[in-house]
Write a protein that binds this ligand. Structure first.
Ligand code: SF4
Ligand code: SF4
Length: 364
């Protein structure tokens, strides 16, 4: 019996570990040595963090803005700079900043100069507009209605000065989302795709490509029904119910929601995850129906800049965008920014009471 158990144990198949590798192996040796034992940190200049450990060790971190979609040329260029002027250790932040750690203050200046000479700005710390967190866009994802990365690149080009300086009342986190239902996030200013027309269905493809019950179940307002069209199994949408969320498009690409004219961009304001000074907040819609206008999205950039510079001028020290709006009130926000307040800003949708899936079951 005991022998049988041993044999059974030997034959067990353990899963292959394919998650994130252990980060410790890639860390700067000083960070490994002082892990969890830091005494304090400060910022000697915008874009540079300085950490001091209880052991007396010191480390400087230089933060560099990148365009995120890095090709081999850019990666080699950045790595060459890190090898030559840094100490061979880098990490990426969730906002696509590159951080380079060095153990001597004397190395910081030449490192910054080398990045600047290569066209990469150093900044994004403290009360700056740090890199915009963005989603994949056309390059990687299968459902985007815009290229979030492109919106980011064109906006950061315009907000360059606010990245390299720390002159905002508090930090400003901008986010983007290239579909209406997934990545994105709460941001001081968020730029999100907004679909404005129900999906167009390619009935020839539905039966081959889509699992119809899953698509029907996916709709949050029960607007999709199975149907036979031209003798083939397909789907139909009750366009009066449809809220143009786009949730049916990922499981069923023949339900095309993206549209060059009717997929727009919307701007939301005042979200934050932090609970410093005030509670976390949800962002609110302030501008809708802006044209999805690549490659530079000038209409979106104009509205974001208008909001940002009004905040910079009017907010008190340490107020996040949401705190500022709470203090002055939404009517004053629209007055100061000059953005039009329309009936579309009023959240009076009551359809959920009748149609939203309100059961406790989680459905995919
Ligand atoms: S926001 Fe939507 S479209 Fe963009 S990367 Fe995420 S899932 Fe894809
Ligand atoms: S876009 Fe959204 S609301 Fe409209 S049919 Fe598709 S899932 Fe339903």
């Amino acid at each position: 019996m005991a022998q049988a158990q041993v044999v059974e144990k030997k034959q067990m198949r353990t899963p292959i570990e394919s998650g994130c590798p252990d980060g410790m192996q890639f860390m700067h040796p000083l960070m490994v040595k002082n892990f969890g034992n830091w005494k304090y940190h400060d910022r000697p200049r915008p874009g540079v963090l300085h950490h001091v450990a209880y052991s007396g060790d010191e480390i400087w971190t230089v933060r560099v803005g990148t365009q995120r979609q890095l090709g081999p040329y850019e990666i080699n260029l950045l790595c060459d700079i890190v090898d030559k002027y840094g100490e061979g250790h880098v990490r990426f932040t969730i906002r696509s900043n590159l951080e380079v750690m060095v153990s001597k203050w004397e190395k910081v200046g030449p490192l910054i100069q080398a990045f600047n000479d290569a066209g990469y700005p150093v900044g994004g710390t403290g009360n700056s507009v740090t890199m915009i967190s963005h989603t994949q866009g056309w390059l990687h994802c299968d459902i985007p209605g815009t290229d979030a990365s492109g919106v980011v690149k064109s906006l950061m080009d315009e907000l360059y000065e606010e990245f390299i300086k720390e002159e905002m009342p508090n930090r400003v986190h901008i986010t983007t989302s290239c579909c209406q239902i997934n990545c994105g996030g709460q941001g001081d200013i968020a730029i999100n795709i907004q679909h404005t027309k129900p999906p167009k269905i390619n009935h020839d493809l539905v039966a081959n490509v889509c699992e119809r019950p899953s698509v029907v179940a996916r709709c949050p307002v029960a607007a999709i029904r199975p149907a036979i069209v031209n003798g083939k199994p397909s789907l139909e949408v009750d366009e009066k119910k449809c809220i143009c969320c786009g949730a049916c498009y990922p499981p069923c690409p023949p339900m095309q929601i993206n549209d060059p004219e009717h997929s727009k961009l919307a701007i939301w304001v005042g979200g934050k995850n932090s609970n410093a000074r005030s509670k976390p907040m949800f962002q609110k819609l302030v501008a809708a129906g802006l044209p999805n206008n690549p490659p530079r999205w000038p209409e979106v950039a104009a509205v974001v800049k208008k909001i940002l510079y009004t905040y910079k001028k009017d907010a008190r020290d340490w107020e996040r965008v949401g705190d500022w709006v709470e203090r002055i009130g939404w009517p004053r926000f629209f007055e100061l920014t000059g953005l039009p307040f329309t009936k579309f800003h009023i959240d009076n949708w009551r359809g959920a009471r009748n149609s939203l899936n309100a059961s406790a079951h989680i459905r995919f």
